[in-house]
Design a protein around this ligand. Structure first.
Ligand SMILES: Cc1ncc(COP(=O)(O)O)c(C=O)c1O
Length: 374
């Protein structure tokens, strides 16, 4: 079976983790956590990194750190993963959705303004599958309406966005706070893990406090505020550190994978993962969307590929189609046709760092074969 993703670790990565175990520094108290925070913040181009136990908890702590009032609204794409909506909900805020841009699959920035109300406090752009959101107009809307931007760069390690003045900026360098996941399938993988990044020293201090149950330094076990245990362990941080040093190589591998798929899948009735001229995608996962001319949907394509020993993943099911959120009285009757079509017609192909060019060629051949049997 060619897996959809598998991590790629070196003997040096294993040695770094083993060193934590042999030194006894296995909890979040240990030197690697601070080194990991500093190294990732520097790579992204931000002042502060606050390591968290996952991308989910990084988002949750980030929304918490903004001190929203109950009923305040956070605008986010419907086409994303559920922690984005939950970060708002668990903080008493209301997620408000926008549809996707049909080309990049990221949130349609031109749809944001229509969703702004007097209760709107924040926008959460999510860079989908490694492709940046069109950030500059989004930042202009946020500035005009005094909204915080919580950038979800969980899937976009190393991706870059070109500003209109020609300067390139890394995904994760925008807004008041940005969040990453270091889950096992991410470019930098620590098993589970995440980080919130910001340039604001007060926000950084609040995030660090929220992560650690709002303990007060010097007054152990007395709390003035309530927080969470969202700490990352020293072992996880140590695993991430060596990977940061080879981020450019990891990115090169992802981009080579995307280039190969683009060549091999050319001419088929598929929409392939895009890359806008103003974007440098990290191609975290290589997505395809079946053209309307294909007489079956993504679930059938996945089944056909599975028969060829190829694993795939369905695209996201929109937040407005999530039974768990509808049961909370959210999004009743809302429709987002682009996201609905992506959910029906889209899936992503094996994109792992552990797969080879010949694996990707075999996948492309199987996709071609599956479409020929239409
Ligand atoms: C866009 C996005 N946001 C948030 C998360 C949550 O990250 P984690 O799985 O580390 O909790 C993910 C996870 O893959 C994600 O893809």
């Amino acid at each position: 079976m060619i897996p959809v993703s598998e991590p790629w670790f070196t003997p040096e990565d294993a040695a770094r983790v083993a060193a934590c175990v042999s030194s006894g520094w296995v909890s979040s108290t240990g030197p690697a956590v601070k080194q990991f925070e500093a190294a990732w913040a520097e790579y992204i181009g931000r002042r502060f990194g606050i390591a968290m136990s996952s991308g989910t908890t990084a988002l949750q702590a980030s929304v918490a750190a903004l001190n929203l009032a109950p009923g305040d609204e956070v605008i986010l794409p419907t086409f994303t993963i559920i922690p984005c909506a939950l970060a708002a909900i668990y903080n008493g805020a209301v997620p408000v959705l926008v549809d996707s841009d049909p080309k990049t699959w990221c949130m349609d920035v031109s749809a944001i303004e229509a969703k702004i109300t007097p209760r709107t406090r924040a926008i959460m752009p999510v860079h989908i599958y490694g492709h940046p959101v069109d950030m500059e107009p989004l930042l202009a809307i946020a500035a005009a309406h005094n909204l915080a931007v919580i950038e979800d760069a969980a899937e976009a390690h190393g991706a870059r966005y070109r500003m209109r003045n020609g300067d390139w900026a890394r995904c994760g360098s925008f807004g008041r706070v940005s969040c990453f996941s270091f889950y096992a399938n991410k470019l930098i993988a620590t098993g589970e893990g995440g980080m919130a990044l910001t340039d604001d020293p007060d926000l950084a201090a609040r995030l660090a406090s929220l992560r650690d149950l709002c303990f007060i330094p010097g007054e152990r076990f007395r709390h003035e505020a309530t927080g969470f245990n969202f700490r990352l362990t020293n072992m996880q941080a140590a695993l991430g550190l060596g990977q940061i040093e080879r981020t450019e190589e990891l990115l090169r591998r992802k981009r080579a994978m995307a280039g190969l798929y683009r060549e091999e899948l050319d001419g088929l009735p598929l929409q392939l993962a895009a890359e806008e001229p103003w974007a440098s995608s990290s191609f975290w996962m290589f997505g395809i969307v079946l053209d309307d001319s294909v007489p079956f949907d993504a679930a059938e394509m996945a089944r056909r590929l599975r028969c060829c020993e190829i694993e795939t993943r369905p695209f996201f099911l929109g937040m407005h189609q999530q039974p768990a959120l509808l049961k909370r009285g959210l999004f009743a009757g809302e429709r987002y046709p682009v996201a609905e079509r992506l959910a029906r017609r889209g899936l992503y192909l094996p994109s792992g760092l552990g797969s080879s060019a010949s694996d990707f060629r075999r996948v492309a051949k199987a996709v071609r074969g599956a479409l020929e049997r239409a």
